[in-house]
Design a protein around this ligand. Structure first.
Ligand SMILES: C[S@@+](CC[C@H](N)C(=O)[O-])C[C@H]1O[C@@H](n2cnc3c(N)ncnc32)[C@H](O)[C@@H]1O
Length: 214
């Protein structure tokens, strides 16, 4: 007999507003407050340009799925982690949405074709500074490690949104603090076409709205 006590991951199911979302400890546990990011995204879709929705860093998929459950559009959800992608596909199937959902596994800046264009980009990148990730031992490192200043992946999300949003389209990006939103805005080059229009603060993070204006 060996003392091998390695355990299979335990799957959980959570209500995320009107959706039922499956996940386990290999992916980020869905944060209930982020239903507000979905609700905001659905409003922007309803009053914005035509086109599909893109979610970058989808994890188990719940933020993008709830967005298009409330404002039906085709959804492309992207994550580097194959386990997250499997959950996102299963959660999409369970949601029974009116429009198609594609889950694409790979890096944010490597999986889109140049001609793909979106009305809304939802982005939930890791935003914890690398030196502070040990404060969150229950979270997978890939899901929270935002590099030296916490914004490494956020910058990639913003550059991707700038390249793939239609005119009048919106990027909603989740960050840790309003200051991070200001730093991200300042880092965008003038030709990006993205303008920071609003930052909303929630219990464990902020959501920043960038509008594509040209
Ligand atoms: C903060 S979690 C967000 C997950 C989910 N959207 C949520 O709110 O629960 C960040 C996600 O980004 C993914 N990720 C990290 N680096 C990535 C990259 N270079 N390209 C695509 N996804 C990445 C992680 O696997 C993780 O699922």
């Amino acid at each position: 007999m060996t003392d091998d006590v390695s355990l299979a991951p335990t799957e959980e199911v959570m209500d995320f507003a009107e959706l039922r979302i499956r996940f386990d400890e290999r992916v980020l546990r869905p944060r209930p407050w982020t239903t507000a990011q979905s609700a905001w995204g659905a409003e922007l879709v309803q009053h914005g340009p035509r086109g599909p929705v893109l979610e970058l860093c989808t994890g188990a998929g719940q933020i993008g799925l709830l967005t298009v459950a409330r404002a039906p559009r085709p959804l492309l959800a992207v994550d580097l982690d194959p386990v997250a992608c499997d959950f996102a596909r299963r959660n999409a199937a369970d949601a029974g949405l009116a429009e198609p959902v594609e889950v694409r596994q790979g890096a944010i800046d490597a999986v889109l074709r140049p001609d793909e264009a979106f009305a809304l980009v939802q982005a939930d990148p890791p935003w914890v500074r690398r030196t502070e990730t040990s404060r969150f031992p229950e979270d997978p490192l890939l899901a929270i490690d935002g590099g030296d200043d916490g914004l490494a992946l956020a910058r990639t999300c913003a550059a991707t949104a700038a390249a793939h949003l239609v005119d009048g389209g919106s990027l909603l990006i989740q960050l840790g603090t309003p200051e991070q939103a200001e730093v991200l805005d300042a880092a965008l080059d003038a030709g990006s076409g993205l303008d920071l229009v609003e930052v909303r603060e929630f219990e464990r993070g902020v959501v920043a709205h960038f509008l594509r204006t040209r």
